[in-house]
Design a binder for this molecule. Sequence first.
Ligand code: BMA
Length: 822
Amino acid sequence: MKLLISLLLSMGILASCQHRVDTPVHTQLSQNWEISSDSIKTLRATVPGTVYTDLLTAALIPDPFVLTNEAKVQWVAEQTWTYRTTFELTKAIRSRKHHLLNFEGIDTYADIYLNEQYIGTTNNAFTSYIYEVDSLLKASNTLRIVVHPIQLQETKAKALLSYQLPESPRVFTRKAQFQYGWDWGPKLQAVGIWKPVSLQSWNDVLLRDCYLQQEALQKNLAQLKAHLEFTSDSAKTLVIKTSIAGVQEEHTLEIIPGTHTYTLPLTIKNPVLWYPHTMGTPHRYRIHFDIFDEQVLTQSFEKKIGLRTLQLHTPKDSLGEQFYFSVNGKPIYAKGANYIPQHSFQNNVSPKHYEKLLQAAVDANMNMLRVWGGGIYEEDAFYDLCDEKGILVWQDFMFACAMYPGDKAFLKNVQREAEQQVKRLRNYASIALWCGNNENSEGWHRWGWQDGRSADEKKAIWTSYQQVFDSLLPKTVARLHPGTSYWESSPKYGRGNPKYEFEGDAHDWWVWHDAAPFEHFEKRIPRFMSEFGFQSYPSPAVINYINQDTILRLKGPAIRSHQKHQRGFQLLSEYRQRDFPYPKSAIDTLYLSQLVQARGIAIGIEAHRRAKPYNMGSLYWQLNDCWPAISWSSIDYFGHWKALHYQAKRSFANILISGQHVKNTYRIYIVNDSAEQLEDELTIEILDFDGHQKASYQQRVRIPPNSSTHCFTVALDSFDHRRQFIKSSFRTLRRNHYLNTPKNLQLSKVKIEKQLSKTATGWQVELKSSSLAKAVYLYTNTEGHFSDNFFDLTPGVSKIIQFKCSENTTPNIRIKTLNELL
Ligand code: BMA
């Protein structure tokens, strides 16, 4: 019965049958939408959606993601767009006393009319707008939303200030900042109704929010508080029945008229804790709530909760200040990447995209993602999956690389936004940190933004900054999400500040932006690296999509327009020349660029991990793309793993063998992120590229839990850097260490034997090589995923790869190695 009610409820049809259960009715208003503008008469619209995607569906604009089309569609955001829909309401729904019209997100500046009556104006894409429309509804209704050009509003806001803010005018608009164009993304300012619209009709009592707060977490008992926010017309006695892990409880609530929050105590005996997947199991409890009003079941819902303590610690030490997270009292080394929106138009991101991308993060042994401040507060589906899969979330508020206004109206707007988002996300176990902004503070102090400004102007701009990031946001987090850490800005110090290495989180852009060698990562190790990165080309399929071609071409205006970093191509080739051979074809260039990226970031990740516990986190820039691009991502727009993602999986493994070349020695480390002490034989061999052993050493090593241990030093006096490598083995782990840059290795020509066999999920590929094959790259036109790629084939050892694909015809799998380019 309960199931039936909620099913009927979600379909919005319960109200049409006469029943005595007074249940609020939720009607989705997603049908019959149309848009129009001065240049477009009327057009079917999708809500939630954007004007861009509607125009694209109707073939009225070219696909902005291909060729040089981005430039051709800029007019879209410059127009006024009118959304219209009509909807019918049954008598049963209309007979409800109260009706709330809820816009979960409008992008951005809009006026709303219901039955031609003005009901409100919006100016923040990150907040929902709810209007009481009790007296306005009829049997047949019209809804009209006029979405104004962003630029118009920004020009007005700009004119009110006597000075120009850095990165103005985007700072005036509370919408995804990356849509103004970023160094990895196009300028596509999505406009429209980007989140659902619905009508909530109710009589006496409405539940508006439920927050499950963890009070105390002991071994035998978890004490929770369920904060339920109700709006009621009258004083009432409600009975709330809860069910957790098979234990039922009944609570009586005396509620009073108005909107108030009521608190129920909940307990769970012998609680099973939630852990990030690299530490344990991300266990969640389901808590079921039934709300009875005069013995009538009026509302039923379920919440999932992971029980854990989760904190950022920054105690002072002799060198500066530590920076690490702990889960359930245990320090955790954070491994992961920075996450950006998956598409310029959010309505194109489906649950499947979330599942695939977040699983790829888990598969690469990542336990933390940073939701970067120039994007969006992600959808619930994202956080729900992070909870389910055990990925911690470093959550930025949506401010990036700019200085923002601080006038009263702006602060009020941000206050609403912060309250709504913190309230929405506080039930997720994965939220590890709220961070004020991305690089605003660094920009102000290091990027010349203060140049030429008067003292008063500087003071005004910095005061605005402090009001938001030192006051409004931390206070909101403390009030609404107590116990959760807040961090003012990422990074704490810019790379020009010597303190960068000793306290706070850091962004290291000496590599890439300042063209420093990758080895720089080994020299300057901060407490927590929240950004460092390097670009590469995406998969051939993405390049061909950009070009709308079947022949791989890396030159031309289309490709150039998908590289958003001014010196991008130059830096790609400069770094390639340092360490890698010259490409002979387009596929070589693509392949080598991915190898350069993987090599560079692995040097960084492993240097950070070896420095544990001085350094307690390594998040590279960036996990994914928002469009087909040449960018810093490790997974491209089509979801294909670049060499970096396969490498991240290796370099982020919970137990890692790593090494560092120091003068005439090579130091072998074992990094152990597990909670167990490891004790076993470590075998070190020196081999030539044909697999002949030149020397071998064995040592019993003991690696404490959660540590990095330098466990062996190889003397390199008679080591041939061009023709030999070091192989280390510990338990089931194997690691090849090369002590020269790839271009200086004297690898012989190899012939790789390949055998293909059909499996239930695709194809199995078995590979064998007689001599060392370096950076073996498997590629094919068949859409699919290789379980491993860009790996080394050790002589005589066969390697089995799974190729997951849905096609039954034998894929034409081609192989490329570094050997053939040397
Ligand atoms: C960091 C990020 C982004 C940028 C990236 C690459 O500064 O916060 O702003 O895209 O570097 O330049």
